[in-house]
Design a binder for this molecule. Structure first.
Ligand code: PLP
Length: 394
């Protein structure tokens, strides 16, 4: 076969979410879509805010030549200015538009950063449970992913992170609010991580960047605050997208910023700009850049996710599931009542409930439930969650 063996191997490794997707499709045909409780996909179902459509329609009227042309690889300067202004307030550090690039979603941004940082064999530390694509993105650019477990509360385990750092470590990537746990790292933990990376980098004579992947920053509950990374860590890179907070995942629009005082900021930004071009993105979608520039202070109605979280938490805890209530994003990551998470997800499937086994995120013994689905489904899934829980106890 002509297909790359590496890719064939990857398709096996990435099979959990795909498997759930396929199983879900089968169940939906068999029982009808409204009889299947699909918590497997983090695909936002909350509509974009009304301002999105207003801006979209208004900008579509602009027929000035050049609206859809190629542009500087980093994106339209005035769009970057709008993002830099909002980020400056959010991150507690003055950011110039030249410190950031527009990207094809957070995923595109991570690839641009990895391309800019990694030589073959360089290492990136990622924390389990992790966003499954990180490993692939690191590999795309010849890097090696080093997985470090978080602690029992899914918080940073600095000792374990330190033990994983080597002279080849280029970066540690964190994601908060987290997919799949919904947890948010406190400021003190991030500050301590930054200090650790600085100290170890000095020992090795290298720079270890903290990469913060934060597409869920605006989706938080109970007044939870997501700490500003730039304010806490100098050698940091912050990237995000509008996939979740404006519900635009299909539009592939995001950005990445380098701390204004980071080591080698200029060459890093130049390399990221070149990476945007040579990875074939060329630039982030022009029309969407113009749209999001107008929507920097707008986000989806997060109270919808908050209500779902409350309902889901109360159903699961009444049954006896053990979990940390999410502080943000739209996922819950409960322990499975039996150690074999895949087996437990199969029991749930018999109740027409789709969940993703924690092993798919590097944390077996758990399952991820995404609440990108109407509250009614969550309410109606309660008997199924109870039945599978009871069967697992036998
Ligand atoms: N990072 C995390 C933690 C995610 O959960 C996702 C998407 O689910 C991404 C990055 C990719 O986001 P985007 O669609 O903006 O590329």
């Amino acid at each position: 076969m002509a297909i790359s063996e590496k890719m064939l191997g990857f398709s096996t490794r990435s099979s959990w979410i795909r498997k759930m997707f396929e199983e879900g499709a089968k169940l939906k045909i068999q029982y009808g879509a409204d009889q299947v409780f699909d918590f497997s996909l983090g695909n936002p179902d909350v509509p974009p805010p009304p301002q999105f459509n207003d801006v979209l329609l208004e900008l579509a009227k602009n027929t000035t030549p050049g609206q859809h042309s190629y542009m500087p690889n980093g994106g339209l300067p005035w769009v970057r200015e709008a993002i830099a202004a909002r980020m400056s307030a959010e991150q507690g550090v003055a950011i110039h538009h030249g410190d950031l690039l527009m990207a094809c979603g957070a995923a595109g941004a991570i690839n641009v950063v990895m391309k800019a940082l990694l030589d073959p064999g360089d290492e990136v530390v990622m924390l389990a449970p992790y966003f499954v694509e990180y490993g692939f993105y690191v590999d795309n650019h010849g890097g090696v992913a080093r997985v470090v477990q978080t602690d029992a509360d899914f918080n940073l385990d600095l000792g374990a992170i330190e033990a994983a750092l080597t002279e080849k470590t280029k970066a540690v990537i964190i994601n908060s609010p987290n997919n799949p746990t919904g947890q948010v790292y406190p400021a003190a933990a991030i500050r301590a991580l930054g200090a650790l990376l600085e100290e170890v980098g000095n020992r090795f004579g290298s720079t270890i960047y903290l990469i913060s992947d934060e597409p869920y920053r605006k989706i938080v509950f109970d007044d939870c605050q997501v700490p500003p990374i730039f304010h806490l860590v100098r050698n940091s890179i912050v990237l995000s997208s509008f996939s979740k907070d404006l519900s635009l995942p299909g539009e592939r629009i995001g950005y990445v910023a380098v701390h204004p005082e980071a080591d080698d900021k200029g060459p890093l930004l130049d390399a990221m700009t070149l990476a945007t071009r040579i990875l074939g993105f060329v630039n982030a979608p022009a029309f969407m850049q113009r749209v999001v520039a107008e929507l920097q202070e707008v986000s989806i109605d997060t109270s919808v996710y908050a209500r779902r979280r409350d309902l889901f938490c109360s159903i699961l805890s009444d049954i006896g599931y053990r979990f940390l209530p999410p502080k943000g994003a739209f996922y819950i990551f409960p322990q499975t009542p039996i150690e074999d998470d895949a087996r437990f997800c199969a029991l749930l499937q018999e109740e027409r409930i789709l969940a993703v086994p924690g092993r798919g995120f590097g944390s077996p013994g758990h399952m991820r439930l995404a609440f990108c689905i109407d509250e009614g489904y969550i309410a109606r899934s309660a008997p199924g969650f109870k039945a599978a829980f009871d069967r697992a106890q036998r």
